[in-house]
Write a protein that binds this ligand. Structure first.
Ligand SMILES: Nc1ncnc2c1ncn2[C@@H]1O[C@H](COP(=O)(O)OP(=O)(O)OC[C@H]2O[C@@H]([n+]3cccc(C(=O)O)c3)[C@H](O)[C@@H]2O)[C@@H](O)[C@H]1O
Ligand SMILES: Nc1ncnc2c1ncn2[C@@H]1O[C@H](COP(=O)(O)OP(=O)(O)OP(=O)(O)O)[C@@H](O)[C@H]1O
Ligand SMILES: NC(=O)CC[C@H](N)C(=O)O
Length: 620
């Protein structure tokens, strides 16, 4: 057996900040080496940040990444870290054309490199490219076909990248063929509720398939709509968890491993897949000698967070990184005294500190007394900056000039609030937070250019029933810590209302949220159709109504600000539907109308779509 001290650096990198990221890699390598690490590993595309999206298609960006990698290898050696083996993800360009895919030389690669002795000793390209959910990697990258095995202090170490773990066969199977002693998997695996359990099972399964210890390191931090939760893990080939990092925290997971000493026997140069595909195996010998014995360290297995803590921390992380990485210092939001704005404010205070959060109460002539009281109480409890801006005079001026009635008049209040927040944002440089939740977003229950305005929407992917659970959980945590619970009890218990007309309740227009969220879970998260929903026991009229609302609101969702993904299927990249769409799940009575008769009679086959009535408007 041979010993190796491994450091998995679970770090928050910034997309596009290649120099800043390189500096971080240098700093964290020094930190790990100071603690005796022989092998230091960073997550997927650590050098460029992840995901880089269409930046990958810019030659200048690919070249900057390659050049930075070479410089990094030199800087590590200059800093006396040349003997430490460093594995780091970066963006590369393919050395050769890939005629099979019609891709020229220089096409982007999602790559990782081993750095040692001041140089890049091996470059690996991700084999399996995820192209589902939020991922579009076929759009950017060409896949690799070689596994690199690096012998370091007498241990054969191989490396793969994220999706390589999620697909059967490929480089993980090749690692077994190569007789690898340690398999590294570097990741950019975004958070979703319950994904940590899926990951652990997967890591165990692949360690067994590879027949060796597997070390999994993931990013932390927010990048637009994605939040990376870390959760780095080391498991033995028997599936024993040797170490596990805390979720959502930056840090270095240091672990001493007893690994099989590399054999001097045959070194296979290829692995053949059951389907006949071949993966080349390249060997790189850095140092053949095992290390002398040293004082072992005790690696820890961090506790898991409960569901509410996980989601809440994801929201805080996502908001904080969006604010900080986009150069904001402060945020502003409307405080209605209701639960959504209260939870959004609590998340903001936890993310950037209450002194950087500006809450504005904007009562109209229909606002209840408790809406102002509860907003003020929230401000008192959290310590955020609070101001009251009555909107009735502004609304009156608009009405005098525009003579709006009904919903148009109701929405005007939300729009004056939106304009007020944007005005204060322009004036003082605050980022505006939209407070809508996933249930409202699903059914279009918000006013376009009203309460839907904003730069970021922290609750965008949180169903309303989970909003209440998170609020209760956050207050309970405060109680346990002996702190003042941030959210006023009445904001949690009162029936939700938009307060755009006298006595209005959400339940006037929508089913109760418990029921609505149940239907949405089946329709949105699980993509079930009308028949399946009815077969699942939902009332037909309810299902038809909810489906019609959801389908009709696509245009509103497209214009909604970004917000952190926490569920399996967040609106946006995870669920891409056409806005202009005549396909409807609903029963015949609700289906899209026939083309107008006059056009059919005039002999234009199928009529002219532009002249047709909009189906959504006919239904309403
Ligand atoms: N396909 C399409 N593509 C692009 N734009 C489209 C469109 N269809 C309609 N539109 C536009 O959208 C407009 C209708 O949308 P919008 O102006 O938002 O108005 P609308 O959806 O008719 O009304 C807003 C609803 O949200 C409720 N609300 C408002 C505020 C807060 C809350 C809450 O509790 O949080 C609830 C309110 O009570 C009302 O039921 C149309 O006038 C048209 O301009
Ligand atoms: N009186 C108000 N003062 C300030 N902001 C308001 C006011 N009313 C609504 N808003 C803003 O518009 C958002 C939508 O609120 P609305 O009351 O229409 O319904 P909601 O979705 O139930 O939200 P909440 O639970 O926060 O009340 C609020 O979260 C808040 O940011
Ligand atoms: N970056 C990746 O390849 C991530 C894909 C993988 N299925 C995950 O979500 O963890």
């Amino acid at each position: 057996m041979a010993q190796l001290r491994l450091a998995l650096n679970q770090v928050d990198f910034t997309v596009g900040d290649i120099e800043g990221n390189a500096e971080k890699i240098l700093r964290w390598t020094r930190h790990a080496a100071d603690r005796g690490a022989h092998l230091v590993v960073f997550p997927e595309m650590a050098l460029t940040g992840y995901p880089v999206e269409d930046l990958a298609l810019r030659r200048s960006f690919v070249e900057a990444s390659r050049a930075a990698l070479d410089r990094l290898a030199g800087r590590l050696a200059d800093a006396g870290l040349g003997e430490t083996l460093v594995a780091v993800g970066y963006l590369d360009g393919a050395p050769d054309a890939v005629p099979r895919l019609g891709k020229p030389a220089g096409s982007p690669l999602n790559a990782a490199a081993f750095l040692h002795g001041g140089r890049v000793v091996a470059r690996y390209a991700k084999h399996h490219l995820p192209n589902y959910g939020v991922f579009d990697e076929f759009r950017y990258f060409v896949p690799g076909d070689t596994l690199h095995v690096v012998r370091h202090h007498g241990v054969d170490v191989a490396l793969t990248i994220c999706e390589d773990l999620w697909q059967d066969g490929g480089p993980v199977a090749a690692a077994r063929t190569a007789g690898t002693g340690l398999l590294l998997v570097i990741n950019g695996s975004p958070y979703e509720l319950n994904k940590d359990d899926v990951r652990l099972d997967l890591v165990r399964k692949r360690a067994s398939e590879a027949g060796c210890t597997l070390a999994y390191v993931n990013l932390v931090g927010g990048q637009d709509e994605l939040v990376f939760d870390g959760d780095s893990i080391v498991v033995s080939s028997d599936g024993d968890v040797l170490a596990r990092a805390p979720q959502f925290e930056e840090g270095c997971l240091l672990v001493d491993l007893d690994l099989p000493a590399a054999s001097d026997g045959a070194r296979p140069d290829r692995h053949t897949e059951p389907d006949g595909g071949v993966i080349a195996i390249e060997w790189h010998v850095l140092s053949g000698e095992p290390l002398p014995a040293y004082e072992p360290i005790q690696a820890g297995v961090a506790d898991r967070l409960c569901d509410e803590a996980e989601v809440y921390t994801a929201l805080v992380t996502g908001l904080r990184d969006y604010v900080v990485k986009n150069g904001f210092k402060t945020v502003i939001l409307g405080l209605s005294g209701g639960i959504d704005s209260a939870l959004a404010a609590a998340v903001a205070c936890d993310a950037i500190g209450a002194r950087n959060v500006y809450g504005i109460s904007m009562p109209s002539e229909y606002s209840s007394q408790h809406s102002v009281e509860d907003a003020a109480e929230l401000a008192r409890r959290t310590g955020l900056n609070y101001r009251v801006v009555p909107i009735a005079p502004m609304v009156r001026v608009f009405l005098d000039h525009l003579h709006l009635t009904g919903v148009a008049q109701e929405n005007l209040q939300a729009r004056v609030r939106g304009m007020t927040l944007m005005g204060l944002s322009n004036q003082h440089g605050h980022l505006v937070l939209a407070t809508g939740n996933k249930s409202e977003l699903a059914v279009g229950y918000s006013t376009l250019y009203g309460d839907a305005v904003g730069g970021f929407a922290p609750l965008k992917d949180v169903p309303k029933t989970l909003v209440w659970r998170l609020a209760r959980w956050r207050n309970e945590v405060a109680r346990q810590r002996g702190e003042t619970p941030p959210i006023p009890e009445r904001s949690i218990t009162k029936p939700p209302s938009a307060e755009l007309r006298p006595g209005q309740l959400d339940t006037d227009s929508l089913p109760p949220y418990e029921l609505l969220d149940d239907v949405l879970d089946d329709y949105v998260e699980q993509d079930k159709g009308l028949r399946e929903l009815i077969a699942a026991g939902f009332d037909t009229a309810l299902v038809e109504r909810v489906i019609a609302l959801v389908d009709r609101a696509e245009y509103k969702r497209r214009q909604y600000p970004p917000g952190p993904k926490i569920t399996l299927k967040a609106f946006g990249r995870d669920r891409r539907l056409p806005i202009t769409n005549r396909w409807h799940e609903v029963a015949p009575g609700h289906a899209a109308p026939e083309p107008p008769e006059v056009l059919a009679e005039s002999g234009v086959p199928g009529g002219d779509d532009r002249a047709g009535e909009h189906p959504a408007r006919q239904e309403s």
